[in-house]
Design a protein around this ligand. Structure first.
Ligand SMILES: Cc1cc2nc3c(=O)[nH]c(=O)nc-3n(C[C@H](O)[C@H](O)[C@H](O)COP(=O)(O)OP(=O)(O)OC[C@H]3O[C@@H](n4cnc5c(N)ncnc54)[C@H](O)[C@@H]3O)c2cc1C
Length: 396
């Protein structure tokens, strides 16, 4: 079996398949785990990017509840793997908090939390003035939705831990090997890579935000790659603990949102984007993120930033992750920036399904849309960025 992509999706599938006795090669166009899985913000919480309410509205409560339960499992599987595999991923159990500003956000947060309580039974709380300091020690924020089950990890430790265990189970990890195309033949697949051609019984595509027309132009039409950028300050233990007293993972409830946390080594991390494009200049992105960071926390004005980096998310048109088949190959992707838990779960489930041990994942059950005007080149990112920025400013 050939798995294309060595992030959490590809590697958790490889781990399960290799332990199930399959012969597995994981090829990656870059270094192993050099995609989003090693460089993300490390924030883990249930739900999907679109919000599970959308699944209830479009696909009914039964499928909505089933998908919700999968997102709950996606949180559990990350900490279960830390325990069972003995991976020291520096878990910070401080919950997840969505941050809002002003009375409108208080009302809409109350409404949202009461929907979640009623339909999926969460124990989330709205923290208003007087309690918001439990999750964020300063800044303009007046309201938060607090999700106690959320937590943070050190993502590189997690994904390299899974890579090591997959390799120990017998999976062959092949870096710098791009899958260029594949053909379905009567006896399996013929996969053409930059290092040569291989035959495989099955092909799994686990390329998420790094999906291009290689090896499947049809899959490239089903997701939009979007950039996400991160900066960290130098270690500032005391200030960082003052800002994130309980160690919560936080994000602003906007379209062009920011995500912020304290890191295990006492830095402040902020992520986001100037616009939706991938491959933005890192120095410009760092400058823009610094303006946002200091806008929230003026006390950090003189604190140096030490690192900046960026990566790619995969945004499907319906903002729902999908698992399915394209020209005979299986794929799992489309986490839209909410993929640490979901990629881990979906790789694991896909592996289980191919071994005949698990039923098809709930993420196989809804059609994966594209748009007639989309050929895998997202020409609309600039106007979409302008629209999102305007709607954010208008608080809509
Ligand atoms: C900056 C940033 C911050 C994020 N923060 C969070 C967060 O805090 N919480 C959260 O839940 N999610 C977050 N995410 C999203 C999360 O990281 C991803 O959803 C998840 O890691 C996706 O894993 P994956 O294995 O599907 O893809 P990836 O880890 O991106 O791996 C895909 C791999 O496919 C390879 N590839 C592509 N095409 C080919 C080809 N033709 N041949 C061979 N290899 C190929 C690429 O080289 C890449 O290594 C963030 C993402 C980014 C970029």
């Amino acid at each position: 079996m050939v798995i294309v992509g060595s992030g959490l999706t590809g590697l958790t599938a490889a781990l399960r398949l290799a332990r199930g006795g399959r012969s597995v090669a994981v090829v990656d166009a870059g270094e192993i785990a050099s995609g989003a899985s090693s460089i993300n913000g490390g924030m883990v919480s249930p739900d999907i990017k679109a919000g599970i309410k959308l699944i209830f509205a479009h696909h009914g409560p039964e499928l909505g509840r089933e998908m919700w339960q999968a997102t709950v499992r996606s949180v559990d599987i990350v900490s279960d793997l830390a325990d069972t595999e003995g991976i020291d991923m520096r878990i910070m159990r401080g919950g997840m908090a969505a941050l809002g500003i002003g009375p409108d956000s208080q009302a809409s947060f109350e409404q949202s939390v009461s929907w979640y309580r009623e339909h999926v039974g969460v124990e989330w709380e709205v923290l208003g003035p007087g309690r918001i300091e439990e999750v964020i020690g300063a800044g303009p924020f007046t309201t938060a939705i607090y999700e106690p089950e959320g937590f943070g990890i050190q993502p590189a430790r997690f994904v390299f831990g899974i890579a090591e265990r997959a390799a120990a189970a017998g999976a062959l990890l092949v870096p710098n090997c791009e899958a260029i195309s594949y053909q379905h033949e009567p006896s399996g697949f013929r996969v053409v890579t930059s290092s040569g051609t291989v035959r495989a019984g099955e092909v799994v595509l686990a390329t998420n935000g790094y999906t291009t027309a290689h090896p499947s132009s049809e899959l490239a039409r089903r997701i939009v790659p979007v950039g996400s950028y991160i900066v960290v300050t130098e270690p500032i233990e005391e200030l960082a603990t003052g800002l994130f007293p309980g160690g919560a993972m936080t994000y602003t409830k906007k379209r062009l949102l920011n995500y912020m946390r304290r890191t295990p080594d006492g830095r402040v991390l902020i992520g986001g984007r100037r616009n939706l494009h991938t491959g933005l200049d890192l120095e410009e992105s760092a400058a823009a993120l610094r303006v946002q960071l200091v806008g929230y926390f003026p006390q950090l004005a003189d604190v140096p930033l030490t690192h900046v980096w960026g990566g790619k998310l995969a945004v499907p048109f319906d903002l729902v992750p999908h698992m399915g088949q394209v020209d005979g190959a299986w794929y799992a992707l489309g986490y839209a920036g909410h993929g640490v838990g979901l990629s881990t779960l979906m790789g694991h489930e896909l592996g289980g399904m191919l071994l005949g041990e698990d039923p098809p994942s709930v993420f196989t059950k809804i059609p994966h849309p594209t748009r007639f005007y989309y050929r895998g080149k997202p020409w609309f990112l600039t106007p979409a960025s302008v629209l999102y920025r305007t709607l954010d400013r208008l608080n809509r």
